[in-house]
Design a protein around this ligand. Structure first.
Ligand code: SAM
Length: 225
């Protein structure tokens, strides 16, 4: 795993409780906006997973507060939420979700899934980490399985990577590593795997292009790379 991700996880281990408090403060600042964002994400998850069978096994990587995993469970899927920091794991368990400590760069998958969801986590990965994870998820998905993830679009930033502790409501007291990907970067990385890009779009921010959103599908039988 990269030293960038390792150090960022050390920061989360110390500050996850602040992150959880900040999440609430941030949403309370504009309740209507937070509600719309939540609804848009729920629609995306529902649409992306609609081909899955009832009770299909789904893994979320980097669940933090577990809200999205709880939504996935409410759709009838057999969800496993995961994270690395103790306070996140405690928070997720409060929601009665199946919960595992799982560092996607270090740990082996214990089972195969029909879908993997990884939201706002690629922000903490180098390009090498990203390739490793996408390959690893591919290997641990069932045939036709879905990998839904997003990354911050480099187009909207002046640098490719930085260590930053945001001002205002996202202030954590310590810097985290942020990497911003271009669509070309991610397309190149994905092309080194057997994944098929089922859907891609940009969303969020003032120009609706802050996030690159990928729905990948495992198509072993047609790709055979
Ligand atoms: C910005 S937060 C996003 C949390 C949540 N997915 C959301 O959208 O609210 C990034 C999360 O990624 C997790 N994370 C970072 N590196 C990870 C790794 N190598 N394996 C698993 N989780 C990781 C952090 O612990 C943190 O929960």
């Amino acid at each position: 795993m990269s030293k960038e991700n390792k150090q960022t996880l050390e920061v989360y281990q110390k500050t996850a409780h602040i992150y959880l408090e900040n999440n609430e403060t941030h949403d309370a600042m504009d309740i209507e906006k937070a509600k719309k964002k939540k609804e848009a994400l729920e629609t995306l998850i529902k649409e992306s997973f609609k081909g899955l069978e009832e009770h299909a096994k789904v893994l979320e990587i980097g669940s933090a507060d577990g809200i999205n995993a709880a939504y996935i469970q409410s759709l009838g899927y057999d969800v496993t939420a995961s994270d690395v920091a103790d306070d996140f794991l405690k928070e997720i368990r409060k929601r009665n979700l199946k919960t595992i400590r799982f560092n996607v760069l270090e740990d082996d998958f214990m089972e195969k899934y029909y879908a993997v969801f990884c939201w706002r986590v690629f922000v903490h990965f180098t390009k090498e980490d990203a390739l490793k994870i996408i390959k690893k998820v591919y290997d641990n998905l069932e045939e036709n399985g879905i990998f839904l993830f997003n990354a911050i679009n480099k187009e909207t930033k002046s640098v490719e990577e930085e260590w930053i502790d945001f001002e205002g409501e996202y202030h954590m007291g310590q810097k985290r590593y942020y990497h911003y990907f271009s669509q070309e970067d991610l397309d190149d990385i994905i092309a080194q795997t057997n994944f098929h890009i089922k859907d891609f779009h940009k969303e969020g921010g003032e120009n609706h292009n802050k996030w690159l959103v990928y729905t990948l599908q495992k198509k072993e039988s047609i790709n055979q790379k």
